[in-house]
Structure formats: structure tokens, C-alpha cells
Design a protein around this ligand. Sequence first.
Ligand SMILES: *Cc1c(COP(=O)(O)O)cnc(C)c1O
Ligand SMILES: [Zn+2]
Length: 408
Amino acid sequence: MSFVKGLKCRECGRHYPKEVLYVCEYCFGPLEVVYDYEKIKETLTKEAVESRPRNMWRYRELLPIDGKPTDGLNSGFTPFVEAKNLAKALGVKELYIKDDSVDHPTLSFKDRVVAVALSKAKEFGFNTVACASTGNLANSVASQAAAARLKSYIFIPADLEMGKVIGTLIYKPTLIAVEGNYDEVNRLCSQVAAKYKWAFVNINIRPYYAEGSKTYGYEILEQFGWKAPRHIVVPCAGGSLITKIWKAIKEFKEVGLIDTYKTKIYAAQANGCAPIVCAIKENSDIIKPVKPNTIAKSLAIGNPADGFYAASTVRESGGWAESVTDEEIVDAIKLLAQTEGIFTETAGGVTLGAAKNLIESGRIPKDESIVVCITGNGLKTQEAVIDKIGNPIKIKPTLSSFEEKVGK
Ligand SMILES: *Cc1c(COP(=O)(O)O)cnc(C)c1O
Ligand SMILES: [Zn+2]
């Protein structure tokens, strides 16, 4: 049972069958999955969704697989936290955290895209999967490939955080650390993908893979009470997640799961890698590639594949963009932890730091609903904070030592 009509070029609109294709052969535009929304409307009701298991597949009609999902059966449906303490600290009325720092199985939103990619790769008959990654994708492909009994080849920049490397190696993939930045890793992977018959999740099956991100958006809408919040702040690396959250909102409207929306979407990046934010602020259609230099390594893509579409999304929604310094990233990680008890990675620091600046500058009003997208877990990027959070108080195992050092 499938609701997928096929693929369509985002640039010239040409149609393609649902095969292992990702660029238009006429104009080289990226391909996107097209659905039969009329048919989806009949089965995807609120009641149907609410009666299904609490995982990302509860919206399965809007995901690009033909048969039953085989991966990610415990991924998604992460907490949607009303952040009252943080709201108070920022001086706003209504603030929410969509918390994928606790997504299953590898603690980032990448588990959603990989679940769709691997389910689809198996439908296409692949037995080997691969990816180019800034870290979280590596963790997720390695983990889910192990569980699915698929072989995996994973390419990362050689300077990733220890947590991301260990969190990949533990699953025993073939892990290749390339001496270069992500953009160089990605270029190499395009060459490898052309030669080897693997499902490269973010290259040759990218149109299907990317659809998994929509579930993060669907959950925001469902958990907000089948309504759209007014402002959503989203971290950007390749720029795919932000476009898919926008697509999720439009699709829910299209199939009648929400009545209306007035949502503005905001892009967040680090100063040291802000090609999307720069294009938005300069009101330019051209994404100027940069050489990344930031502690937010998971977002360090200097030449974002979906950068143009990310900027268009922000513009179309009437949102804006903001970037932050490495110091602001660390401050925001600490602020989230110390107000809401949520430990996010550097990407989350970028998003909250940008949200804070957008609120302070008046771009986001203080009296409307705001969602901050927290997409990854802080235990994976401990290097960013290790010398900025103090130390435990060391004492002898005696009451007098306790009283001397800690006080009464
Ligand atoms: C990959 C990633 C992003 C950004 O995703 P894109 O779709 O490439 O823009 C955001 N947050 C985290 C933690 C990520 O790993
Ligand atoms: Zn085309």
C-alpha cells in the first residue's frame, strides 16, 4: 500500500518513477517525492494517527515506502516540552522545546531520516548502506545498519568529536576518517557512490531519506494540539530539515490535519559556518560556500546541498535568520541545561542562542508561541563544555571533610 506517485524535479517539474534517482537528467535539479494527497486524506485522520504506536511511522501515509516499515520502530515521538523556566529567562510567554536529544536509538533527529532510508534501501534490494556525515548521521547509520543486518560504509571528517567517533565505531561499520572538511568528504562520496552499488543515504537515495525529517515537523503539530505554532527556530547544516518542517506544515494543511497556519520559520547557524543565514540576511538567492570554523561540527557544512531551498523556506514563511558565536553556543547549552534540565549538543546551543538573539532583537515577538528545535544530545560533544562548567568538590570520606569543604 503506497501513497507515493513518484519523484518530481524541484526546478523544472519533470516527473520520474519512484526509483533510485536523485537528480533531474534535464536540469540537474534535485528530485522530491510526490504523494497522492486526496487518497491520503481518506485514511490519515487524527483519530487514526492517535490510535497508532507512538513512533515516527504513525504518519506512514506521508512517508515514501511501499511496504511495512522495517526500521525506526522506536524512533520519533520524542518529548515536546513546555519550557516555562526558559521562557521566564528569555522573557517570553509561550516557549516549547521539541526534544530530539533523546530520539532512539542514537540521540539525534538523524534517526528519523535513517529509518526511512534503510527501510527504502531494503525495498530497493540493497544490502550495503553508506553515508557522508558530520557525526550524527554516522552514529545513526552505523546503529540502524547493525540492527538491520546491513553492511555499512561511513565517511566522516577526521577531526570529529570523540563521542561521535565512539558512537559510530561501537556498531562495527567500516568507518573512514577523511583528512578534510565535510564538503571534501561529500565530494569524495559522490565519486564513490557513482562507482559502488551502495545505498548512499544522503546521496543516491536522498529524496527518500530526506522525507524522514518531516516527522519531526508532524510531531510538533500533533503535540501542539493539531495546531501550528507561530514561530519555529531550526538549526541548519545542509538545509534539509528546515525545508522538511515547512513541507510538513503544508502537508498537514493539505490533508486537513490542521486548519490553518501562520508559522514563521527561522534558520540558525554558527558564525563560523553561516552560508544560509548570510544569504537570508543579504536577501540573496546565491549561497556563497564558506570554509567552516566552529565548535558546532554537526552543522559545519560550508556548501549546503539544500541551502537555496532553506533560504526560500525562510523567506516564504516570513521568518528570518541568525547566527551565533562559539561562546554564545556554550552559554545557550548551559542555559538550556540549567533551566530545563536538557543537555543538548552544540547544534542545540546554536538554535537556542539564535532564538535568544531573535527574541532580543524583536524579530520574534515575546507574546506568541515559539518552538526551539533541539536536535542532538550533549553527551556526544563534551569537548565543547568540559572546561566551562566547573569541577566537583573533592572531599575525604568523613563528615568533617564534608563540613569543611562544603559547609553547613
Ligand atoms: C544534521 C543535523 C542538523 C541539520 O540538518 P540538515 O538537514 O542537514 O540541515 C541539525 N542538528 C543536528 C544535531 C544534526 O545532526
Ligand atoms: Zn529538472
